[in-house]
Design a protein. Structure first.
Length: 217
């Protein structure tokens, strides 16, 4: 399956499941809990480790949108995603310091990709709707990427998908053509930008290899 088709499937499947009657009943119950005192704290207690272990952020955003609304749901989801990613990043550093990542040298291509331009590389990977968020975070920590670049790229790269699925969860895009069009355009733009950044890196890498070959001749 082509990456674009796979990304489209990942975007559509959660939205289709979201409208199943049994799912709607569960979400209505969760939404009622979100209006209880201290609900944001309990949400973060659950959502931060949920994001830290790399589980589906789309589902979390749908629930937050249904329970808290667009603005508040987006804030809590983005915070949980950022803190969870930083925890995974710290875990990667812990593994690296204790020499537990014995296969790290076998991933030199990925290591060079991330270290060449940390912010751009992580941003490109975060914008893509597929791939393992957990692996990106742990590996970034293990190779000691600058944490500020990692944190900023994670926040910006995760924002488009957070917005789209929080909007879907809140019901804003249902029956409103303008909001639906905006959500689709935002999701598509994030994918295209991620692909552009990754392809640009590969092009730069090929140019560097060619220049080295020429200098060696």
């Amino acid at each position: 399956m082509k990456p674009c088709c796979f990304a489209l499937v990942l975007a559509i499947v959660p939205l289709v499941l979201w409208h199943l009657p049994i799912v709607q009943r569960v979400i209505l119950h969760i939404s009622a809990l979100c209006h209880e005192p201290g609900a944001p704290i309990w949400f973060l207690v659950f959502a931060i480790p949920y994001c830290a272990v790399g589980l589906s952020r789309q589902v979390l955003c749908l629930i937050a949108g249904a329970g808290f609304g667009v603005v508040e749901g987006l804030c809590w989801c983005s915070l949980a995603y950022e803190v969870g990613a930083l925890l995974s990043y710290g875990f990667g550093r812990f593994l690296s310091e204790d020499n537990k990542m014995v296969h790290l040298d076998n991933r030199r291509g990925v290591k060079a990709f991330l270290q060449s331009a940390p912010f751009r590389a992580v941003l490109g990977l975060r914008l893509m709707p597929f791939g393992s968020s957990l692996l990106v975070s742990v590996f970034s920590g293990a190779i000691y990427l600058p944490w500020k670049a990692f944190a900023c790229a994670t926040a910006l790269g995760g924002l488009p998908q957070n917005v789209v699925f929080v909007m879907a969860g809140s019901g804003i895009n249902v029956g409103h053509e303008y909001e639906a069009f905006l959500a689709v355009m935002l999701f598509t733009t994030s994918i295209l930008l991620g692909i552009y950044l990754l392809r640009r890196y590969r092009a730069n890498e090929r140019e560097i290899l060619l220049s080295r070959d020429r200098s060696a001749m």
